[in-house]
Design a binder for this molecule. Structure first.
Ligand SMILES: Cc1ncc(COP(=O)(O)O)c(C=O)c1O
Length: 446
């Protein structure tokens, strides 16, 4: 019997004992092609030599020195690396390094509050976010996320966050509505909500530039984020981009927002930052936010013991250099096109695949019981989990999720393969996924 408090208390998990390129290996020797990076984490596969060496080198020098006494070289270099490559408009920003995406989201929310307090706008306390969305599991991040199922048990503990609809093209774009009109209509929901709450009370709007697990790799319609930027600026509201899942190259550019032509005031990063070799997350504050603190208290009102951990930042720095030196973003774009085309070719005519959506190496298939009405399968059927199981039997890891349609129902399966994926691996991913989907759908009562 295991004494680990696992996610499921009655599941029997295989024990992982090794990594080989984009494969994981369990104790029986079975190999799993990792098509989802666990949860869009392992963007360089599982055994990158350069990253492993960088981590070992740092441990041999010094692992930990508390940030109230020292800074360290890898944290300094990684912060400069990120700020130099940040979307235009970020200016001379600064970065804090933390341990998880949820921790980064908490720190981002507190930073937004500090920004307004430093500028004498104490009434700004309200957060607006989108639904569906996921921003983490700690209480502030959970309150911010728009995922009804995950929030439900903790509702009495959650702060009051206003949610607007995310731009979910498959279900929300009207017939005949142009992309521009859809973008404008969805972005204007923010303007309306800010006015309802009172512009002087709103501190931040939080959004994932490409929505991750909650909605299934949903990019925004063209022009949406430009309009969001204008609305935030008009009302003095900070824009927080949660790039924990979609950032660091996953969508084909280092920062997902680059492709929208705007910069956020605060950006959170995690998964692809360290690629899973070490736990690490980051909060990047744009120059405007840093300036407010510099002109105010001069102090960051946030701190954690393991901030700027030298081994974690050394690992992440090596990850980012590998991505840059091996030109892997080009591979993300090329293999991403291959993945998109292969998914459309394989699933386009399938009566139970309602939508194929994504960007870069970040793709999702959404399952429906009926294509014409877009009706979902009931959540209790646990279709996406069954597909994950069937795929695992075939030696493929994919990421199942539920709730995209209405917070509870709506099955989708997310793919986030490694940036080092080969054409053969992408073809194999689609082939195995199609077999897993077919196996499960054949057993479903229709
Ligand atoms: C968009 C987004 N934000 C925040 C988080 C929380 O990150 P973590 O699980 O590292 O706390 C996640 C995790 O999946 C995420 O996808």
């Amino acid at each position: 019997m295991s004494h680990v408090l696992h996610r499921s208390l009655d599941a029997t998990l295989p024990t992982v004992v090794g990594g080989d390129g984009n494969f994981l290996i369990d104790e029986s020797g079975k190999r799993y092609l990792d098509a989802c990076g666990g949860a869009a984490v392992s963007c360089l596969g599982h055994d990158n030599e350069r990253v492993r060496s960088a981590i070992k080198r740092q441990i041999d020098r010094v692992a930990f020195a508390h940030t109230s006494f020292f800074t360290n070289e890898p944290a300094e270099e990684l912060a400069s690396f990120l700020v130099e490559r940040a979307p235009e408009g970020t200016g001379d920003g600064r970065v804090m390094f933390l341990g998880s995406g949820s921790e980064a989201m908490e720190a981002a929310l507190k930073l937004a509050r500090q920004y307004h307090l430093e500028r004498g706008e104490a009434a700004r306390t309200r957060i607006i976010a989108r639904a569906p969305s996921y921003h983490g599991n700690t209480l502030g991040a959970l309150a911010t996320g728009g995922h009804a199922g995950r929030r439900a048990p903790f509702r009495p503990l959650l702060m009051d966050v206003g949610h607007i609809d995310a731009a979910y093209e498959y279900r929300m774009r009207h017939d005949g509505e142009s992309e521009a009109a859809f973008a404008e209509r969805m972005a204007n929901l923010l303007d309306q909500r800010i006015r309802e709450l009172g512009p002087d009370t709103v501190m931040a709007f939080v959004a994932e530039p490409v929505v991750g697990a909650s909605l299934g790799t949903q990019p925004a319609p063209r022009g949406y984020f430009q309009r969001i930027r204008e609305i935030c600026d008009r009302h003095g509201v900070l824009l927080i981009a949660d790039e924990v899942m979609c950032g660091m190259g996953r969508t084909g550019s280092l920062f997902a927002l680059e492709q929208e032509g705007i910069a956020a005031d605060i950006t959170t990063l995690a998964k692809g930052l360290g690629a899973g070799f070490q736990p690490i997350a980051a909060v990047m504050a744009a120059e405007k936010v840093v300036a407010a603190i510099q002109n105010g208290s001069g102090l960051l009102w946030n701190g954690h013991t393991y901030m700027s951990h030298a081994v974690a930042t050394a690992g992440a720095l090596a990850v980012q250099k590998v991505i840059q030196d091996q030109n892997l973003l080009e591979n993300v774009r090329a293999r991403g096109e291959q993945l998109r085309d292969a998914l459309n070719a394989r699933f386009g005519q399938n009566p139970n695949i309602g939508d194929v959506r994504g960007r870069g190496l970040f793709w999702t298939v959404e399952l429906v019981a009926d294509k014409a009405s877009k009706a979902s399968f009931p959540a209790a059927a646990r279709l996406s989990q069954k597909i994950q199981r069937a795929a695992l039997d075939l030696g493929l890891m994919c990421y199942p999720a539920q709730g995209c349609a209405d917070g509870t129902n709506g099955d989708h399966v997310l793919l986030a393969p490694s940036y080092t994926s080969t054409p053969d691996e992408i073809a194999r991913i689609v082939d195995l996924l199609a077999r897993a989907v077919e196996t499960v759908l054949n057993k479903v009562e229709k």
